[in-house]
Design a protein around this ligand. Structure first.
Ligand code: RNT
Ligand code: ZN
Length: 411
């Protein structure tokens, strides 16, 4: 079917495909830089800690800033819509003198600032509380060792300061996301102590003055990490409560809940109480495995909730996954395109009509209409969008060419 026919089919449902495409392209998605190098970064020996893990050894891992930048360019070319660059502090690029995490400055990110500016992208930022010798007994901001805790508080403060520079340089607000891996493998004797220290550390970091129109701070919760199965300091209750109390943005990573809990069901509640929310889109298979995001049921439901609840302008949307068992550029592109597809699919839903059916308790029609929507000619609208955005439909051929010309030569 051609786009013209698809457009007419959607119009018959009261859906404007032109408006949906335009809206979709304006929503920024923040691209996680860490898919390209298996979450290693450039400021450490290469050992990933923090209870997260990449598996696989597909050839072509980016080993230098230049390689990572080239791969990101390839991704940008193959994905439609506005993009931000989501950096971790461990991706600092040092010229001559190195700086430890508690001494980072915006200058150490000059490479990325230039990269983003040249491409008209904003930057989001993440302090890195893992893969570092100052992580002591798996604790950072919640450590009982004051030297350790102070080191990481300073890291947090440095990152907020750097974020303000990112916002100034790019002209777009910067989201700084705090996620700490802190936790215990086995049942702790004191659960409240580490949480009290985490709270104090966050208070200290947030006491640094920063421009609240330029820098947004988010806090990401989690259930468990590898080797940290029994207790996580930054639990959902802790993070949500802290966010509500301190005007911080709650960040939901859909791999960070019990397997039958759904982030799609949490968005509406948070949008009632928080002016902004943030998302890490991932795909957990049996656990927080960080598989590549697909155009699957939950990704679509999250997108629908954002659209239906009027959350598109209030949500910071980012991807967060890492798969080293397949072509890393393909992993990146497939995941981000899936996010875009899900958002377009959601924008093509006649949501007012569906709400009306719900409120009039016509659940029979609601179910039937929903099922029909699943087989509407969505693919034709998607392909039209790609054409207009000048992005190839067949990205795999492009990725294979890049693999042959660039990735396999990285030995
Ligand atoms: C870990 C969190 C966190 C990280 C990145 C690298 O479980 O999801 O967001 O994935 O910061
Ligand atoms: Zn995450």
């Amino acid at each position: 079917m051609s786009y013209t026919e698809a457009k007419a089919r959607y119009a018959a449902l009261g859906v404007d495909t032109e408006a949906a495409m335009e809206r979709l392209l304006s929503v920024p998605v923040s691209l996680h830089c860490w898919q390209g190098d298996d979450v290693i970064g450039f400021d450490n020996g290469g050992g990933l800690t923090g209870g997260i893990q990449t598996t696989g050894n597909y050839p072509g891992r980016a080993r230098t800033p230049a390689e990572l930048a080239a791969d990101i360019d390839e991704v940008i070319r193959l994905v439609p819509g506005r993009m931000k660059l989501n950096l971790h502090a461990c991706y600092a690029v040092f010229g001559g003198e190195r700086a430890d995490r508690d001494a980072l400055k915006a200058e150490h990110f000059a490479f990325w600032i230039e990269f983003a500016k040249e491409r008209g992208m904003g930057i989001d930022f993440n302090p890195t509380f893992f893969s570092h010798p100052m992580v002591k007994d798996n604790l950072t901001l919640s450590s009982p060792d004051e030297t350790v805790r102070a080191f990481w508080v300073e890291h947090g403060k440095r990152c907020v300061e750097i974020a303000e520079r990112f916002a100034e340089e790019t002209g777009e607000p910067c989201l700084v996301n705090f996620w700490i891996p802190d936790g215990y493998k086995d049942v702790p004797a004191d659960r409240i102590g580490p949480r009290e220290r985490f709270r104090r550390s966050l208070d200290e970091i947030l006491s640094v003055p920063y421009d609240k129109n330029k820098v947004f701070i988010s806090l990401e919760s989690k259930v468990f990490g590898i080797g940290l199965e029994s207790y996580t300091v930054g639990s959902a209750e802790f993070c949500l409560s802290y966010a509500a109390e301190n005007g911080v943005v709650p960040l939901l990573d859909n791999g960070h809940y019990h397997p039958t809990e759904l982030v799609s069901d949490k968005i509406s509640s948070l949008l009632i109480f928080h002016p902004r929310i943030a998302l890490h889109l991932t795909r957990g298979v049996r656990w927080d495995s960080d598989h590549v995001v697909l155009f699957d049921d939950e990704t679509r439901e999250i997108a629908r909730e954002l659209v239906r609840c009027g959350g598109l302008d209030r949500a910071f949307i980012a991807t967060d996954y890492f798969d080293a068992s397949i072509n890393r550029v393909a992993a990146w592109v497939t995941g981000v395109r899936s996010v875009r597809k899900a958002l377009l699919f959601a924008l093509l839903e006649p949501s007012a009509e569906l709400k009306r059916l719900q409120d009039s308790a016509d659940f029979t029609s609601l179910m039937a209409k929903r099922e029909e929507l699943n087989t509407m000619p969505f693919g034709d609208v998607w392909e039209e969008l790609l054409r207009r955005a000048n992005v190839p439909c067949d990205y795999l051929t492009e990725v294979r060419r890049y693999e042959k010309e660039v990735l396999v030569r990285r030995i």
